[in-house]
Write a protein that binds this ligand. Structure first.
Ligand SMILES: [Fe+2]
Ligand SMILES: [Fe+2]
Length: 163
């Protein structure tokens, strides 16, 4: 469910296209992760996992190319930690891709690790990073960054580099 009215810290997501877009991507990924409970393993791994991987990859790469780059000057340690979480998430995605579906237990264990890593990362972004963006960036800067983020994400998806 989209929850664009939610108040996280001292700001409103709905006031910013940038924060709304990031939040809506996070919700989409949460939904795709939640589908795991509603599907059998084989269907999930074959039909849903490729979409999940593309969404996560395009979102993370586009964040790094645009938002993280900009914010690194404001809070280097926050961005360093966020990048290493992206790296960890990508490693779980790679492991899942190379894990045979015949080893159901291994697949499920790694999936659980991926899910917790994503949930933790999203929580941090939607509190600390959203707060930083709201505090440090004017509406105009956020709008420019929104355009750059959207362009980067579209480019990553259409070029197949997120697949
Ligand atoms: Fe994010
Ligand atoms: Fe992120």
């Amino acid at each position: 469910m989209k929850d664009s009215h939610s108040r996280k810290g001292n700001f409103q997501i709905i006031d910013s296209d940038l924060l709304s877009e990031l939040h809506s991507d996070h919700m989409e990924v949460a939904n795709l992760l939640g589908d795991f409970e509603r599907q059998d393993l084989r269907t999930y791994a074959n039909d849903i996992f490729p979409m999940l991987k593309e969404e996560i990859t395009a979102h993370c790469e586009a964040e790094q190319l645009t938002i993280y780059n900009k914010l690194a000057k404001e809070d280097e340690s926050l961005i360093k930690a966020a990048k290493s979480e992206h790296h960890e998430i990508k490693e779980f995605l790679k492991t899942l891709e190379s894990t045979s579906l015949t080893d159901e237990k291994a697949w499920e264990e790694t999936f659980k690790d991926l899910k917790s890593a994503v949930q933790h990362h999203v929580e941090e972004e939607e509190s600390e990073m959203f707060e930083l963006i709201s505090r440090q960036m004017s509406k105009k800067m956020q709008d420019e960054l929104y355009d750059q983020f959207m362009e980067a994400k579209d480019e990553l998806k259409s070029s197949g580099r997120a697949a």
